[in-house]
Ligand binder design. Structure first.
Ligand SMILES: Nc1nc2c(ncn2[C@@H]2O[C@H](COP(=O)(O)OP(=O)(O)O)[C@@H](O)[C@H]2O)c(=O)[nH]1
Ligand SMILES: [Mg+2]
Length: 316
C-alpha cells in the first residue's frame, strides 16, 4: 500500500517509492495516482529541451539555484540518459549537483527509459503529478530534443524552453524545426562564446519564416549557465521570460482551452499506454509477437485474423 498521506507531507522516501512503482508499472501506482489527483494542480511545470551538449543540465542546475533563492521547492524530472542527473556525469557536473542533493527542498528524479521510448510521456506526467502532490511548486523537466517521444514529453510542460548554442552558423537547421515549433522561450546558452548575436538573429529570422499569420511571441534569452545565477549569467532573465510566458498564456482568456489541450495530451497518452500494455499481455499469452509472426509467415493464419484474435483476447 502506498502511504498517501506521507507523500502529501512531502516525505522523500514515500515519494521515491511511488516513483519506482510507476517505473515498474505496478497497478498499485495507478491507485495512488488516483488518490493524489485532487491534491495536484499547484505546480508550474517548465520543460527544458535541446540538442545534447547544449547545456540543458547546466541551465537546470542554475534554475534550481534561482528558484531556491526565491524560496520555492523544486522538483526535477530528467529524461536525458546522458544527463548528470541520471548518473552519466562527468566528475565536474556531479560535484556541482551535490549541493542540491543535500537540499531537502529539491527532488531530482531521472526516468528509466528501459529501452522503450513510447510511454515516456506517460511516465513524465505521472512523476510530475507525484512531485506536484508532494508540494514541489516548481517543476523542471529536462529532455534531449532528439525524437518525437521527447517532444511529446514536453506536452507535460506549461512553458517549454528550447536551449540552443552559438556557432551553428548556416547549420542552424540543426535546431530541429519541430523543436522551434514547441518553443515558448528560446535560450542561446554558451553566450560567452563567439556568435551569439548571429545565432539570435538567425533564430528571429526562423521564427518569422515559420509564422503563419500572427507570429507566436517567443522571447530569446542569452545565458551563460556555467556562471550559475551570478550577474551576467542571464538566468534571472530566463526566469523572467518564463514568468512572462506564464502571465501571457496561463492567465489570459485562452488559458482554459490550453489547459484542456494539456489534459487531452495526457489522456491520449494514457489511453495509448494502457491499451498497449494489454496488447503486450495478450501477445505474451500467444508466445510473443515473433511467434504470431512466424505462424503468419508459415501461412497458418493471415495477419488480419491474427490481429483480431489478439484483440479478442485482451485481458480486462
Ligand atoms: N562555455 C560554456 N560552457 C557551457 C555553458 N553551459 C554549459 N556548458 C558546458 O557544456 C557541456 C554540456 O553541458 P550539459 O549541461 O551537460 O548539456 P546537456 O547535454 O544539454 O544537458 C558541459 O561541459 C558544460 O559545462 C555555458 O554557458 N558556457
Ligand atoms: Mg543533460
Amino acid at each position: 500500500m502506498t502511504d498517501i498521506s506521507a507523500i502529501l507531507r512531502g516525505e522523500i522516501r514515500a515519494g521515491a517509492r511511488l516513483m519506482r512503482d510507476i517505473d515498474d508499472r505496478r497497478p498499485a501506482a495507478m491507485d495512488a495516482l488516483k488518490a493524489l489527483f485532487p491534491h495536484t494542480g499547484r505546480a508550474y511545470i517548465t520543460g527544458i529541451t535541446g540538442n545534447p551538449g547544449a547545456g540543458k543540465s547546466t541551465v537546470v542546475d542554475a534554475m534550481i539555484a534561482y528558484y531556491r533563492a526565491a524560496g520555492e521547492r523544486v522538483g526535477v524530472v530528467c529524461v536525458d540518459p546522458t544527463s548528470p542527473f541520471s548518473g552519466g556525469a562527468i566528475l565536474g557536473d556531479r560535484i556541482r549537483m551535490q549541493r542540491h542533493a543535500l537540499d531537502n527542498d529539491v527532488f531530482i528524479r531521472s526516468l528509466a527509459t528501459r529501452g522503450y521510448l513510447g510511454g515516456l510521456s506517460r511516465s513524465t506526467f505521472d512523476v510530475v503529478a507525484v512531485l506536484d502532490a508532494m508540494g514541489y511548486t516548481r517543476i523542471l523537466v529536462e529532455t534531449v530534443g532528439v525524437g518525437q517521444d521527447e517532444v511529446d514529453v514536453m506536452k507535460a510542460a506549461h512553458t517549454t524552453v528550447v536551449v540552443t548554442v552559438p556557432g551553428l552558423g548556416d547549420d542552424i537547421q540543426a535546431i530541429k524545426a519541430g523543436l522551434l515549433e514547441i518553443a515558448d522561450v528560446l535560450v542561446v546558452n554558451k553566450s560567452d562564446r563567439e556568435g551569439a548575436d548571429r545565432t539570435e538573429r538567425d533564430l528571429l529570422h526562423m521564427l518569422d519564416l515559420r509564422a503563419h499569420g500572427e507570429r507566436k511571441e517567443v522571447e530569446i534569452v542569452r545565458t551563460v549557465a556555467t556562471r550559475g545565477t551570478a550577474e551576467g549569467s542571464g538566468i534571472a532573465q530566463l526566469g523572467a521570460a518564463i514568468e512572462a510566458h506564464r502571465q501571457r498564456v496561463w492567465q489570459g482568456p485562452a488559458a482554459e482551452s490550453r489547459a484542456i489541450n494539456r489534459r487531452s495530451a495526457h489522456l491520449a497518452e494514457l489511453l495509448r499506454a494502457l491499451v498497449s500494455d494489454r496488447v503486450e499481455q495478450a501477445l505474451a499469452r500467444r508466445g510473443g509477437l515473433a511467434d504470431v509472426a512466424a505462424a503468419v509467415e508459415a501461412r497458418k493464419e493471415d495477419p488480419w485474423s491474427a490481429a483480431e484474435e489478439i484483440l479478442r483476447q485482451l485481458p480486462t
